[in-house]
Design a binder for this molecule. Structure first.
Ligand code: NAP
Length: 263
């Protein structure tokens, strides 16, 4: 495989599994050293081991809760000490959740916004302060939003609001950072086969009084592609946005959703 990212360092938040793990693998295969984060030592160990087992020896991991600035500071202390720089930031860490709005506790709304939106701001600001990318005049930020960052998702007001926020943050930051050689884009997956989408399926099954298998069948019928997207299919777009050839692509929000969303 071509390795256009040789010599670069990539940080993928929430890289222990699912879309984040696929992004770390893809960026590693393109030549980057990869750093992932997860919320526990166990999940980080598992994620780093999977990367090394797939042939990426320059993989490392840190325990980070994106709600906690102190853990983000510790990540940058460790990562800069270990690698000296971080060129590529993939803000992927995120959670699902939802339900009927009149029954949604404020705490559930607040938690989801704090992880999915405020977390992106916290990690991005720290990356801008500590990575050296602005000073070197080259960098890449890819924010994993969702098709729910552009259109409504049923029984998911907090999730939808958080992802619209991520798309807006990405567009604004792209304008600010273009003069510094840093591109900022949002990638918007739709229904990817991961633990997060399995959790959403279980919630819909409960709300609609059907089985998770029924929900899966209904969902797949809605997609022109006829199936869920695979994490590696999202990761390939993230990898392309990270390479030097993608210099002219910034401020965009691009779907990888099998035709579910069309703008
Ligand atoms: N799956 C889909 O259909 C879909 C569609 C559109 C967008 N997305 C977005 O894609 C991203 C990844 O989703 P996924 O489906 O791959 O989910 P996933 O398999 O559930 O993985 C979530 C990742 O985020 C980490 N994480 C969770 N809470 C965190 C916190 N408070 N601080 C830091 N890290 C945290 C998890 O760490 P641990 O392993 O330690 O728990 C894990 O690495 C999310 O932003 C999600 O909203 C997913």
């Amino acid at each position: 495989m071509e390795t256009p990212l040789t010599g670069t360092v990539a940080l993928v938040t929430g890289g222990t599994r699912g879309i984040g793990q696929a992004c770390a693998t893809q960026l590693g295969q393109l030549g980057a050293s990869v750093l992932i984060t997860g919320t526990s030592a166990e999940s980080v160990d598992t994620g780093v081991r999977a990367l090394k087992d797939s042939g990426l020896p320059r993989a490392s991991g840190y325990v980070v809760d994106v709600r906690d600035q102190a853990s983000i500071d510790a990540l940058f202390d460790g990562a800069i000490g270990e690698f000296g720089r971080i060129d590529i930031l993939v803000n992927n860490a995120g959670v699902g959740g939802g339900g009927a709005t009149h029954e949604l506790p404020y705490e559930a709304w607040e938690r989801l916004i704090d992880i999915n939106l405020n977390g992106v701001f916290r990690v991005t600001r720290s990356w801008l302060q500590r990575s050296g990318a602005r000073e070197r005049g080259w960098g890449r930020i890819v924010n994993i939003a969702s098709t729910g960052g552009k259109q409504g998702v049923q029984l998911a007001v907090a999730y939808t609001a958080s992802k619209h926020g991520v798309v807006g943050l990405s567009k604004s930051l792209a304008i600010e950072l273009a003069p510094h050689g840093i591109t900022v884009n949002a990638v918007c997956p739709g229904f990817v086969d991961t633990e997060l989408s399995a959790g959403a399926r279980a919630r819909y099954a409960k709300a609609w009084g059907v089985t998770p298998e029924d929900v899966l069948e209904r969902q797949n019928k809605r997609f022109p592609l006829g199936r869920h997207v695979r994490p590696d299919e999202v990761a390939r777009l993230v990898g392309f946005l990270a390479v030097p050839d993608a210099e002219a692509i910034t401020g965009q929000a691009m779907n990888v959703c099998g035709g579910l969303g069309q703008y």
